[in-house]
Design a protein around this ligand. Sequence first.
Ligand code: GDP
Ligand code: MG
Length: 163
Amino acid sequence: AAPVVAIVGRANVGKSTLFNRIIGERLSIVEDIPGVTRDRLYATGDWNGVTFHLIDTGGIEMDESDEMENLIRVQAQLAIDEADVIIFLVDGRAGLTVQDEYVAEFLRRSKKPVVLGVNKLDHFSHHAQSYEFYSLGFGDPIPVSAEHGTGTGDLLDAVVDLV
Ligand code: GDP
Ligand code: MG
């Protein structure tokens, strides 16, 4: 079966924009399957000859009154469980947030391979803003602009290296 790649991150980092960008411009779409909710969408495509399923998840919400296990929306957890590789997306303009740290902890527990994309770095001059995300412990942060489509090829190269 084709490997499953899930885009995971807190709300508003640009997951859906990245999903649409990848599907729209970088992947040849084999099929589109509407998800069970509007926040969870699947597509199938290939990159450099590797076919995979891509999942766009809803954001992971942080509720300080709840246990960690309750912080993840069910669909995001399901996507993580299903995934062979996870694209962990953060917002390079906003910088590292407590929510990102919560997501990171969840992903560490999943023990799935993670590629870290730092989104909203729309200009090359902003790429240094990705460095602070090294502290999340997922290796080299990859600067991307889902809106402009820059860096998404590097991100997918890293993904297919892990499948
Ligand atoms: P999601 O909640 O993680 O799915 O995030 P969305 O894809 O809905 O995007 C949230 C907001 O960030 C929207 O207003 C997008 O237009 C904006 N956004 C997404 N990607 C980029 C980007 O690369 N650069 C900039 N400047 N804004 C972006
Ligand atoms: Mg979304």
